[in-house]
Ligand binder design. Structure first.
Ligand code: T3D
Length: 267
C-alpha cells in the first residue's frame, strides 16, 4: 500500500494535517488535493476537533502545483493541445481554498520550509501563519508565466498592500520568513526547532477559545473587505445577534463574573 499523501494526527482538540510528498517538497497532485480536502472535511465534521494545524513533511511546506503532473505539464509533442489550467484551478484549488476559509475552527499554518506558488497561497489562506526561521515564501507563478492563484491576488494586497504585493508577485523572489513577519504577511517567525511546539501551543490555545466566534471573526473580516462602512456595521450587528444567542457568550460572561476559566463548547 502506498504512503498516505496527508498524515493525520490528533492531540487533544488539535488535528494536525501533514502534507506528505517530501521528495517533491509536498507539491500538489490530484491525489494530494483529494486527501487534503477529505482530511479538512473530516476535521470540519468532527465535533471533537477545535483547531487544525497544517504543515509539511521534510524540508518543505509546499512547492505549489507539481509541475511534472501530466494534468498540467505542457505536452512537448508538436501540435499537442495545451492543458486547460483554468480547469485544474477550478477543479482542485478552488474547493481547497473555499474549504480552508470556511472551516468551523481556526487553522494554523506551520510553515516548516519553502512555500512556493499555490503552496504559499494555501499557507496564507490559513488563519494564523507561523513559520520557521529557515522557511521562505515565493510567488513562483510569474517565473513560469502564470498569475498568483489559490487566492493569491486577493490575499497578497490585503495582507501587505499593493506595492509590496506587486513586488512579490512580479519578481517572484524568495522572501525569508523573518521579512515576511516584518511586512505583515505572516503572524510569527520562530526558530526552526520551536516551530512544531509553537504551532501546537497556538492551536491548543485557540481550541480552548470560543471557536464559533473565531470562525465568525474570520468570515467577518473577509466579508468586510468587500463592504462599505454602513454595510459592515450592519453585518457586525447581525453576527453579534447570532453569537449573543449562543451558549459560549453566556458561558464567557458567567465565567468572567465567577472569576473562573470558561468552558466553551459551541462549534
Ligand atoms: O499549473 C497549474 O495547474 C496551475 C496552478 C498553478 C499553481 C502553482 O503552484 S504554479 C507554481 C508551481 N511551483 C513552482 O513553480 C515552484 C517550483 N519549485 C522551485 O522553484 C524550487 O523547487 C523551490 C524554490 C520551491 C525549492 O528549491 P530547492 O533548491 O530548495 O529544491 P529543488 O532541488 O528545486 O527541489 C527539490 C525536489 O523537489 C526536486 O526534485 P529532484 O530533482 O530532487 O528529484 C524538484 O524537482 C522537486 N520539486 C520542487 N518543486 C516542485 C517539484 N517537483 C514538481 N513540482 C514542483 N512544483
Amino acid at each position: 500500500m502506498s504512503d498516505p499523501l496527508v498524515l493525520v494526527s490528533t492531540a487533544g482538540a488539535v488535528r494536525t494535517l501533514t502534507l506528505n510528498r517530501p521528495a517533491q517538497l509536498n507539491s500538489f497532485t490530484g491525489g494530494l488535493h483529494a486527501e487534503l480536502l477529505a482530511a479538512l472535511e473530516a476535521a470540519a465534521s468532527d465535533a471533537a476537533v477545535r483547531a487544525v494545524v497544517l504543515t509539511g513533511a521534510g524540508r518543505g511546506f509546499c512547492a505549489g502545483q507539481d509541475l511534472s503532473d501530466p494534468a498540467v505539464a505542457p505536452d512537448p509533442t508538436p501540435g499537442a493541445a495545451p492543458k486547460d489550467l483554468g480547469e485544474v484551478v477550478t477543479r482542485f484549488y478552488r474547493p481547497l481554498c473555499l474549504r480552508l476559509r470556511s472551516m468551523p475552527v481556526p487553522v494554523v499554518a506551520a510553515v516548516n520550509g519553502v512555500a512556493a506558488g499555490a503552496g504559499a497561497s494555501v499557507a496564507l489562506a490559513c488563519d494564523l501563519v507561523v513559520a520557521g526561521r529557515s522557511a521562505s515564501f515565493i510567488q513562483a507563478f510569474s517565473k513560469i508565466g502564470l498569475v498568483p492563484d489559490s487566492g493569491g491576488t486577493w490575499l497578497l494586497p490585503r495582507l501587505v498592500g499593493r506595492a509590496r504585493a506587486l513586488g512579490l508577485a512580479l519578481l517572484g523572489d524568495k522572501l525569508p520568513a523573518e521579512e515576511a513577519q516584518q511586512m505583515g504577511l505572516i503572524w510569527r517567525c520562530v526558530d526552526d526547532a520551536e516551530l512544531a511546539g509553537a504551532a501546537q501551543a497556538l492551536a491548543a490555545r485557540l481550541a480552548a477559545m470560543p471557536v464559533q466566534a473565531l470562525a465568525t471573526i474570520r468570515g467577518a473580516l473577509d466579508a468586510a473587505a468587500l463592504m462599505d462602512w454602513p454595510s459592515a456595521l450592519a453585518h457586525e450587528a447581525e453576527l453579534q445577534r447570532t453569537l449573543g444567542f449562543a451558549h459560549d457568550y453566556r458561558e464567557g460572561v458567567q465565567a468572567f463574573g465567577e472569576k473562573r476559566a470558561p468552558v466553551f463548547t459551541d462549534r
